[in-house]
Every structure is written in C-alpha cells, then in structure tokens.
Design a protein around this ligand. Structure first.
Ligand code: NAD
Ligand code: DAU
Length: 335
C-alpha cells in the first residue's frame, strides 16, 4: 500500500486532490496530510474524509525539518502543494512566501533525498514564466517571475530540478494555470467575486479589467497531477492548462449574469502592483502523453457557482476578521 504525503492538503487544491485520491484509489492507498493551517488551511474542506482509516492529518510546518524527517520514512510519494499562494499578500508581506515556498520546499526535498521516495511532485505555477502578450510559454522558455509570490515559486521549482540533476531524486515539476472550483479561499478572483455578488457587494476590478488568465477546473488539475505521477518522466517540467483564456472583465460579466446581479456592482480600483497582463502556457507536452482536461469551462463554472451558492456557511465565516482587515489595510480601503 503506497503512502502519499500531501502537503498543504487543507487548502484549496490540496483538499480537492485528497478527495480525488480517495475517489480514485479508495482504501488501496494511505494519505498523510501535512498542513500548517494558515489562514488558507481549512479542515472543513475535508470533513467527509477525516474518519477514513487510511487518512492521517498532521498539523505542522513544512519548514520544520525534525517533523518532516520523522514523517518521510513511511512515505512513498510526495506532492508539495503547501505554499503561500496569493499574489496580493506577497506584495504586502513577502516574508512568509520566501520561508514556506522556498525554504519549506528545500526541507521537503532534503528529507526526501535522505530517506528516498518513489516520486516527488513539486506543484509550481504558470506564473514563474511571467507575462506573455502573444503566444504561449513552453516548458523550455526562460523564467521571468514578477511578484514575490511567483519568484519564490520559481526558486522552489528550480531547486526541485537541482535535486533531480544532482541527487537523482525522482522529481516532477508541474506548472499549472489558474484553478477554479469548490473550497477556494474567497480572496482569489472567482470566489471573491461570486461571494461578493451573492452579498450584493462591490466587485473590485483591478486596472482596466483586461488582464488575461487561463482557467482550469481544479478537478482537471488534480487529474493531471495523478496522470503525471503515472506517465511523467523524472526531471521533467510539465505545463498544465485548461485552454480557457478569459479577460477578468469577461469572468466578472459571466458571474453577474449567472447570478442575475446588476452591472453596478462592478467597481474599478487601482491596479495590482506589477500586475502581469496575460498568462498562457503551451500544453502540448502533457497532451502528447495522452492527458487533456475532462471538463468544459461552461459546465464546470456553472457547477462552481452552484457550489458557492449552496455552501454559504463555508465561505461566510472566512469573509470576516483577518481577511477583511488585510484587504482594507492593503488594497481596497474603499470597500
Ligand atoms: P491555498 O492557499 O488555498 O492553500 C495552501 C495550503 O498550504 C493551506 O492549507 C495552508 O495552510 C498550507 N500551508 C501554507 N504554509 C504552510 C507551511 N509552511 N507548512 C505547511 N502547510 C502550509 O493554495 P492553493 O490555491 O490550493 O495552491 C496550492 C498550490 O498550488 C500552491 O503551491 C500554489 O502555488 C500552486 N498553484 C496554485 C494555482 C491556483 O490557481 N490556485 C495554480 C497553479 C499552482
Ligand atoms: O496562474 C496561477 C496562479 O493563479 C497561482 O499560482 C496563484 O496561486 C493563484 O493565486 C493565481 O494567481 P492570480 O494572481 O492570477 O489570481 P487572482 O485570483 O489573485 O487574480 C486573477 C486575476 O484577477 C488577476 O489578473 C488579478 C485580478 N483580480 C484579482 C482579485 C483578487 C481583480 O481584478 N480583483 C481582485 O479582487
């Protein structure tokens, strides 16, 4: 029976990935979820999993070498989702990004090297390439990250690669585009705008609203990571994308239309510092191995909006206290 160490498993993508693993492999695997439970970690995301006998939750920091070393001997596969993940927060306070995203990845890699693992999957991001106005980035393109978040992710991405080259650690690196789906913390564009619209609050559009992101349903991202575990080659980087490039204003209009809310909720606010104009990844490499997304943007967005409408209790309590304070102080005083 293989043991998967999923770090950051109480966050958005990590918790969806743990659901994915149990749906796919049932009781033929063990899952250890190591999560510090920062503001973004939420055990409610895994409420239906918590009593599974083959699941173990450990509250802890990936920077804690003693803890990580104590776990690693019983682990076969590491998937490192743990990170500070929000660009705006990295602009306001980069420290934790450097600590968790770079040093934390180092601690995991070092423990994996010492104890030996079958696979180490480093969840990187398409943001490591920086912005591209025309065309799409291939895995071999240079990295020009432009926020403290994406720069810290680029550091971990290349550090993971160095562990493959230097120590032959069986590392795979993934660079995925923007995810959407259930359990996403309501500070990111889609859950923030959906929940604000449901509460008849302003939707704060940065700049001219014409920045472009490529959207992928989180379950397709999880499926791609599992696919690469089986079919990816060690030492390789794989772009993952949904093939759904949309301007932020298009996403905003779609949300307002779907929820039958007025255009007057759209509120243009000062731009994000260093705001990347467009992200776009070329996904030929993973597609040639035989993977493609299973969900269409229209269907999965409709399902996602439905989930936030039906799970008001999940997000309502997140939109108070620390969250509001952070935004008022840093970006959106007018809200
Ligand atoms: P998230 O912020 O929702 O979750 C991050 C999780 O990591 C939280 O549960 C948090 O408690 C945990 N964590 C933070 N610091 C930790 C530490 N020091 N030790 C242990 N746990 C810690 O993030 P997400 O959106 O689910 O992203 C997960 C990963 O995927 C990140 O590595 C991110 O860079 C990457 N990624 C995200 C997207 C996206 O669109 N959200 C796209 C591509 C890649
Ligand atoms: O591309 C992958 C990345 O996608 C991940 O690596 C990051 O972890 C994840 O947070 C996400 O980064 P973005 O910065 O693209 O996502 P965010 O949801 O913060 O913003 C999406 C776009 O919407 C971006 O152009 C900024 C804009 N935006 C965002 C917020 C929160 C607004 O206009 N208003 C907002 O209030």
């Amino acid at each position: 029976m293989k043991t998967w160490l999923v770090t950051g498993g109480a966050g958005f993508i990590g918790s969806n990935f743990i659901h994915f693993l149990f749906e796919k492999y049932g009781d033929t695997i063990r899952v250890v979820n190591l999560d510090k439970l920062t503001y973004a970690g939420n055990l409610e995301n895994l409420a239906d999993i918590v009593r599974q006998p083959n699941y173990e939750f450990i509250q802890g920091d990936i920077c804690d070498a003693a803890l990580v070393n104590s776990l690693m001997p019983k682990v076969d596969i590491v998937v490192n989702f743990a990170a500070e993940s929000h660009v705006d927060r990295s602009i306001g306070a980069p420290d934790d990004f450097i600590k968790t995203d770079i040093y934390g990845a180092f601690v995991l890699l070092e423990a994996a090297r010492m104890h030996g693992v079958e696979k180490f999957i480093q969840i990187s991001t398409d943001e490591v390439y920086g912005s591209i106005l025309d065309g799409s980035f291939k895995e071999t393109d240079i990295l020009e990250p432009s926020s403290p978040y994406s720069a810290s992710k680029a550091g971990a991405d290349r550090l993971a690669f160095s562990y493959y080259v230097t120590y032959k650690l069986p590392v795979i690196i993934t660079r995925c585009s923007n995810n959407y789906g259930p359990y996403q913390y309501p500070e990111k564009l889609i859950p923030l705008f959906v929940t604000n619209a449901l509460e008849n609050k302003a939707l704060p559009i940065y700049g001219d609203g014409r920045n472009i992101r490529d959207w992928i349903y989180v379950k397709d991202h999880c499926d791609a990571v599992d696919f690469l575990f089986h079919h990816g080659q060690n030492g390789q980087v794989y772009n993952i994308g949904g093939g759904n490039e949309r301007m932020n204003i298009e996403i905003t209009d779609l949300i307002l239309k779907h929820l039958n809310k007025p255009d007057s909720l759209k509120t243009y606010v000062p731009d994000r510092l260093g705001h990347d104009r467009r992200y776009s990844v070329d996904t030929q490499k993973i597609r040639q191995l035989g993977w493609k997304p299973k969900h269409t943007f229209e269907q999965a967005m409709a399902q996602t909006l439905k989930w936030y409408m039906e799970n008001k209790r999940w997000w309502e309590k997140l939109k108070t206290g620390e969250y509001l304070e952070f935004y008022k102080q840093n970006y959106k005083k007018e809200l």
